[in-house]
Design a protein around this ligand. Structure first.
Ligand code: 5GP
Ligand code: ZN
Length: 118
């Protein structure tokens, strides 16, 4: 069972911010901003590559509810999901990073030249 499935099953403790039948949101153990929450489907989905429209629709509503609850919906925030090797995905259970609580940087993403791909 993967790490986040263990959190869903209460086998690993997490600081839970919001939960319903299908989704759970908990604080990242290594926060990169004053607010850094991970929102996940309880269903094991490996990454954004595999997610269904049905799960995505519930996920969007859940994240909207979460950001209102956290009081960051008006001040702004960022939603990120890392996918695979180049995306830097470490945990292979779809998760959305919700980052906020301060002005976020939009900075240096990689050392490659942005003009080199297309
Ligand atoms: P990824 O790199 O896969 O996009 O993000 C995984 C995130 O999970 C990282 O930000 C990391 O800090 C967080 N994380 C890893 N292990 C745990 C854990 O056991 N508990 C919690 N709450 N977060 C974790
Ligand atoms: Zn899982």
């Amino acid at each position: 069972m993967c790490l986040f499935c263990k959190i869903v099953n209460n086998e690993i403790a997490a600081n839970i911010e919001l939960e319903n039948d299908d989704f759970i949101a908990f604080h990242d153990i290594n926060p990169k901003a004053p607010v850094h929450i991970l929102a996940i489907p309880k269903l094991h989905v490996e990454s954004f590559n595999e997610v269904s429209p049905d799960v995505m629709s519930g996920m969007s509503a859940f994240i909207q509810e979460l950001t209102k609850r956290l009081g960051i919906d008006k001040s702004g925030y960022r939603v990120i999901t890392n996918v695979g090797e180049n995306g830097g995905q470490e945990v292979k259970h779809l998760h959305w990073h919700i980052l906020g609580g301060s002005k976020l940087k939009w900075d240096h993403f990689c050392d490659a030249d942005p003009k080199d791909f297309f």
